[in-house]
Design a protein around this ligand. Structure first.
Ligand SMILES: C[S@@+](CC[C@H](N)C(=O)[O-])C[C@H]1O[C@@H](n2cnc3c(N)ncnc32)[C@H](O)[C@@H]1O
Length: 248
């Protein structure tokens, strides 16, 4: 995260989440997996860790939250103490591009809103070796929900994430990468708004006031706001899908 400007962190610090999602959808996805006894879980790109804590509550097992931004990990460690989950929630500062865990160490790998950083296919391939035989992977990924989107939104995603495809395209990738798909669902719009875009929008409006005479800062803030505005206008065309799969 070192390449990001300081204003990025001023916008994002202490927000409840760093991507679309809610505990209720973490739970829905987790419950699509067969029941496991105290599984060992790796949560990749855990951010402030809402889903990490929920996974600890749901599983009764140990959850390792991995991220490369220490303030998120500090926030997660603090919240895990408050929730009395600190004996089962660990934090690791590391890169998802170079995961230093023993082979076949985890029953489940989880990644909400983070696999895009290395790409869906690459993440599926790279993380497989860390899963026990028949282990599970749960990830959310941005997808096109409708064909032929309007040019404005198509251009936005083409620039930000050109590899974005459809649910069917991702299901093909899952099979090609040596997993069996075991369930998927589209995250409803409240998963984007309640704990992600609405708090983010509030923060940006506050910072636009703070930086009212700083043109550069305001341009950066408006660009962040644009993403929210685009979702407000074009949410029927794209979304996040939760994919659950099992290593073959
Ligand atoms: C979109 S956020 C999602 C965070 C969290 N899962 C959530 O849903 O709130 C992506 C996260 O990936 C982390 N990240 C970015 N690059 C990374 C890398 N190379 N290795 C590990 N984490 C990374 C960021 O710090 C951020 O917390």
């Amino acid at each position: 995260m070192n390449g990001l400007p300081p204003l990025f962190f001023e916008i994002h610090q202490d927000l409840p989440r760093e991507g679309p999602g809610r505990d209720v959808y973490t739970r829905k996805a987790y419950e699509m997996l067969p029941r496991l006894h105290k599984p060992k879980i790796l949560d990749v790109g855990c951010g402030p860790g809402k889903q990490t804590l929920e996974l600890a509550r749901l599983s009764g097992g140990e959850v390792v939250g991995l991220d490369n931004h220490q303030p998120y990990l500090d926030a997660l460690a603090e919240k895990s103490v408050e929730a009395d989950l600190n004996d089962r929630v660990k934090t690791v500062n590391g890169s998802m591009l170079d995961l230093n865990f023993p082979e076949e160490d985890f029953d489940i790998i989880w990644a909400e809103g983070s696999i895009y950083i290395m790409g869906f296919e690459q993440g599926l391939k790279d993380w497989q070796r860390l899963l026990k035989p028949q282990g599970f992977l749960g990830v959310t990924e941005a997808v096109w929900l409708e064909e032929n989107p309007p040019p404005e939104i198509q251009d936005f995603w083409e620039e930000g994430y050109p590899a974005m495809t459809t649910t069917a395209g991702n299901l093909d990738t899952i099979r090609e990468c040596g997993y069996c798909p075991i369930g998927h669902f589209v995250l409803p719009e409240d998963a984007w708004w309640e704990e992600y875009y609405l708090p983010l929008e509030k923060r940006i409006l506050k910072l636009l006031e703070k930086y009212h005479d700083d043109e550069l800062a305001r341009a950066y803030l408006k660009e962040e706001m644009r993403e929210i505005d685009l979702y407000r206008r074009y949410s029927s065309w794209y979304g996040y899908v939760f994919f659950l799969m099992q290593k073959k």
